[in-house]
Design a protein around this ligand. Structure first.
Ligand code: ADP
Ligand code: MG
Length: 624
């Protein structure tokens, strides 16, 4: 892995897509959407693949790269992502390499030399590299049939991870003597981002392939616990020994939660950017190998994670937008087993995220106007995230409609669908709230509005004279939580709206008039408080265990760990959990039979086949 310039040459003959899928990657069939994208690219028509995390976007560009001759380029935003993908490709016998700032100048030259000599069918490259003189010189002479842009939403300032360097890609493509076919890949499905991708990358009448974003096996839940700490311990108590991820917003949060879990006897480990690369790698490997069952992490954790048996993803804090949330939550249940995605919301979460938004992009090369536009989009996304935490509608349908997809009215597998609601007439409290907004001249945010309604004695309110208003203190007896719920409801039903400023101001909409002046009645669904909803508990119990004697799976995992350590690669690069599971299912008898296991291609069989067969055979004859 340290010498990205070398690597096994691809001595396998180039084949059609199905042979490549089987012989290099060891898979028997394509997943939804993959073939459509691949076919389009092979016919030299540009393509956009919009598929959720874990759907298998990488194969959509890796396979065409292996079918075309020459060297295909993959533009990727993160060094760690490139390392993982190149490492995994090499394990499968594909001579891939990468070019990014982690290489020394000598290494870079050597990679470019090898690339010019046609040694790599796939070259990963950071967008910043495209503009360098060396690279331009290489690209002028090389035969580049295909360019794939991974995480393509980075090109759009409406996307959640805008990277100015992605804007250079379009120009680079145009600068080439022969225009390659271009494929773009993302898990972000908003129409605006999709249009930006097509336009800014200069795609030509691309085939746009979108697969469904719904993950039916995932259960979604939101909670606003009084004490997150108590809620955490209660949640974890029911899931001891299961593999899970707990996401926190800050490093400090990670350390605290992790300490708490360790104290309670859970096998937990932390993961965040404050740890050394070595510590992070060890903790990730231990999690991957089920040596620890829970990883407590910031959003730094996850890229390149391929763990199929994650039973829950708990968000201890609300993340900054729905894109991040769905991506992180989506790491649960990759193998299709039922899994839980639970989010603990607290008012501080919104404040912390707001702070990140105002601070975050300071160091990027953006002109002030663009920067403000980007921040505005970030703020809007944050508001939608907060809305998710408060909605009483079906959570799945909320998520799907966020990603511009039609969802069911009620999915039956989220906390809102399983909750019982009673309808409460809130006409009078709604009138109080709306008229207070008007009396405050629509100039203040939610916090101030609540303070006035509840008659807060803060100095600030007295200074502003807000305690003189006739609505001051008219909801004195309402709890903060219940007042907040009503305000959220008014926002979600568009009686109230928040402005796009960094300190959003509450304003009434024309709809408010109906309630205020025309005597319209307003009903709000209110959850009937119950301990743990029963249907879910019943559903959760028979979590499918390993289909075959778990000892074989254990033994295969031990073997994998041993090999991974010997070769100093992450365990999942040797074989994924899904592959080990398939070995347990099939118990292959011989060399030929091994190829029937999903994830065993020709090269991996050559490398690891014999040792794994040995383990399986030993187990077959002497299962104890
Ligand atoms: P994405 O980039 O869309 O998030 P990846 O490309 O990382 O997803 O793929 C996720 C996982 O799915 C990987 O472990 C990959 O090996 C597996 N995978 C992809 N395509 C197939 C397939 N056709 N059959 C079986 N497994 C697949
Ligand atoms: Mg990917």
């Amino acid at each position: 892995m340290n010498d990205p310039g070398g690597g096994a040459p691809a001595d396998l003959p180039l084949r059609g897509k199905t042979e490549v899928l089987k012989e290099y990657f060891g898979f028997d069939g394509f997943r939804a959407g993959q073939e459509e994208v691949i076919d389009s690219l092979l016919q030299r028509r540009d393509a956009v693949g919009i598929m959720p995390t874990g759907a298998g976007k990488s194969l959509c560009f890796q396979i065409p790269s292996l079918v075309f001759g020459g060297v295909s380029l993959v533009v990727s935003p993160l060094i760690s992502l490139m390392k993982d993908q190149v490492g995994a490709l090499r394990q499968s016998g594909v001579a891939a390499a990468y070019l990014n700032s982690s290489l020394t100048p000598a290494q870079m030259r050597s990679v470019l030399k090898n690339a010019s000599a046609g040694k790599y069918p796939i070259l990963y490259v950071a967008p910043e590299r495209l503009e360098t003189e060396d690279f331009a010189a290489f690209a002028r002479d090389a035969s580049i049939p295909f360019i794939a842009v991974d995480e393509a939403h980075c090109v759009s300032q409406w996307g959640q991870d805008f990277r100015p360097s992605y804007l250079k890609i379009g120009g680079f493509v145009r600068s080439l003597p022969r225009r390659p076919v271009v494929g773009a890949f993302t898990a972000t499905a908003t129409p605006r981002v999709r249009d930006d991708i097509i336009q800014l990358l200069g795609l030509k009448e691309p085939k746009v392939v979108t697969t469904g974003f719904d993950r039916k096996n995932l259960y979604f839940e939101t909670r606003t616990p009084h004490s997150k700490e108590a809620a955490l311990l209660e949640f974890m108590a029911g899931r001891r020994g299961r593999s899970g991820i707990v996401y926190c917003l800050t490093r400090r949060g990670v350390d605290e939660v992790c300490r708490k879990l360790l104290r309670e006897g859970y096998r937990a480990a932390p993961y965040h950017a404050g740890l050394t690369a070595e510590e992070r790698r060890i903790n990730q490997d231990r999690f991957q190998a089920d040596d620890v069952s829970v990883i407590v992490a910031t959003n730094a954790f996850g890229m390149g994670i391929d763990k199929s048996n994650v039973a829950f993803v708990l968000h201890y804090n609300m993340p900054k937008n729905m894109e991040s949330y769905y991506q992180e939550a989506g790491r649960a249940g990759r193998d299709g087993s039922p899994a839980e995605c639970v989010l603990f919301y607290g008012g501080r979460d919104a404040v912390t995220n707001q702070y990140f938004i105002e601070k975050e992009r300071e160091n990027e090369e953006l002109d002030p106007e663009t920067l403000e536009q980007v921040r505005e989009a970030d703020r809007k996304r944050l508001r939608q995230m907060v809305e998710y935490c408060h909605t009483s509608e079906c959570l799945r349908s909320f998520i799907l409609s966020y990603f511009a997809e039609e969802g069911p009215k009620s999915c039956g597998n989220c906390s809102n669908c399983l909750k019982e609601f009673r309808m409460e007439d809130i006409t009078i409290p709604a009138q109080k709230i709306l008229s207070c907004v008007l009396r405050m001249k629509e100039r203040y945010g939610i916090t101030m509005l609540m303070d006035v309604l509840r008659g807060s004695r803060s100095v600030r309110i007295a200074e502003l004279g807000l305690n003189e208003l006739s609505t001051y203190g008219i909801m004195r007896n309402e709890s903060k939580k219940s007042l907040r719920e009503k305000i959220n409801f008014l926002i979600s039903r568009r009686f109230l709206e928040l402005t796009d400023d960094s300190f959003p101001v509450a304003r009434t909409t024309p709809l408010a008039k109906g309630v205020l002046f025309r005597g319209e009645k307003l009903m709000m669904p209110v959850a009937v408080e119950k301990p743990e909803p029963a249907p879910r508990a019943a559903k959760k119990e028979p979590m499918p265990e390993m289909p075959l004697p778990p000892d074989l799976f254990e033994k295969l995992r031990e073997k994998r760990k041993e090999i991974a350590e010997q070769q100093s690669v992450p365990a999942f690069m040797v074989f994924s959990d899904a592959t080990l599971r398939d070995m347990c299912d099939r118990m292959p008898r011989d060399w030929d039979d091994l190829l029937n296991v999903s994830g065993v291609g020709l090269v991996k069989r050559e490398k690891y086949g014999r040792v794994f067969l040995e383990v399986i055979n030993k187990f077959r004859f002497k299962p104890e």
